[in-house]
Write a protein that binds this ligand. Structure first.
Ligand SMILES: *Cc1c(COP(=O)(O)O)cnc(C)c1O
Length: 344
């Protein structure tokens, strides 16, 4: 049983988390939903506004340090939390950081391009590049490799954190560690709900929980792709985690539970259900959610509770994966769709 944790411990890790994040009851949201809602506060992972990428990047920076890299390269959406935390981690470890920002969200405004995470990328001292499309992972990785080749010719030692699916899913290891942390905190939980984007968080947590013997449902709420596509992605990630760790894969296809009923109109764009979840979480329990991931995941949980797929009275753990700086990048949409009026 301990073997999966031992297997993870064999991978180099550059520590960024200094504490276990709290599991916190949300009393008024619980009442509203008719369940006991506990939030695993991974928005409080500490570094530079935190979020789930802190746990993931411990392993990429571990690898980068093992390779004696002095520069890290990474791709993300303009309001990416991943690249913001990478820039902060690079600063912490005395490395340079090159960020490639993709055009993943249509119809954005100047605030989206300058505030929130992008503002922090600049503040953290990263060098920014842009990539003209948002659905071309292999192309973005090739472009990053070209930038890395340039850096090498200048005498630098670059390390690329890849975007594409054909790489060892090191980031998922951070969520296998989180599964062990969570099992110390959660007693009698019936279900876990989280947003599923690249799938590293979902796959790592599910893999870890199953490997450590927890059998409850883990429901992923799609934030980027339809459920059937995302299920293949999570399944393949679990297989690759098992290969990478050289342990048996404890995850069966039945374990992979994905819902995409709140996904439209697509990645990084609000709909009414997402706006409602964001407003209610803020106004009932003072719980801030981000517009891209956690408000959508919470909207998914609201939908599950509303139609009885999550049983009344059950105990649900919601993973808060962070993303809070994006709130500021989405000021226009939040004024219009969450607060319901243009800013004065
Ligand atoms: C990246 C991100 C996710 C999705 O995590 P994956 O591991 O990519 O699935 C969820 N929430 C926030 C706030 C994120 O930044």
């Amino acid at each position: 049983m301990g073997s999966v944790i031992e297997a993870v411990a064999r991978f180099p890790r550059a520590p960024l988390l200094t504490w276990a994040t709290p599991l916190e009851l949300q009393p008024r949201l619980s009442e509203r939903l008719g369940i006991k809602l506990l939030v695993k506060r991974d928005d409080l992972t500490g570094l530079a506004f935190g979020g789930n990428k802190v746990r993931q990047l411990e392993f990429y920076f571990g690898k980068a340090q093992a390779a004696s890299a002095d520069t890290v390269l990474i791709t993300g959406a303009v309001q990416s939390n991943y690249v913001r935390v990478a820039a902060a981690a690079a600063a912490r470890f005395g490395m340079a950081c090159h960020i490639q920002l993709e055009e993943r969200v249509p119809d954005v405004d100047a605030v989206y391009r300058t505030s929130g995470n992008v503002l922090l990328d600049h503040l953290l001292g990263a060098t920014l590049h842009s990539y003209p499309v948002g659905e071309d992972e292999e192309g973005a990785d090739r472009r990053l490799a070209e930038i890395a080749a340039d850096l090498t010719s200048q005498g630098k030692r670059p390390y690329i954190i890849p975007l594409g699916a054909n790489h060892p899913p090191l980031g998922a290891l951070g969520y296998i560690r989180c599964a062990a942390e969570l099992l110390e905190q959660m007693h009698g939980a019936d279900r876990l709900v989280l947003g599923s984007g690249s799938g590293h968080t979902h796959a790592g947590l599910l893999f870890g929980l199953r490997a450590l013997g927890w059998k409850g449902p883990v429901t992923g709420i799609c934030v980027r792709r339809a459920a059937t596509l995302q299920a293949q992605r999570v399944e393949s990630l679990c297989r690759r985690i098992a290969e990478m760790l050289e342990v048996a894969n404890p995850v069966t296809p039945d374990d992979i539970d994905l819902r995409d009923d709140v996904l439209s109109p697509g990645y990084g764009r609000l709909n009414d259900a997402v706006a409602d979840a964001m407003r209610d979480s803020a106004r009932l329990d003072g719980l801030l959610l981000d517009p891209v991931y956690t408000a959508r995941a919470m909207a998914g949980l609201f939908a599950l509770a509303a139609d009885g797929r999550v049983a009344a009275g059950s105990t649900v753990i919601f993973l808060h994966t962070g993303g809070l700086p994006a709130i500021f990048g989405y000021a226009r949409d939040l004024h219009l769709k969450v607060m319901g009026r243009a800013p004065i």
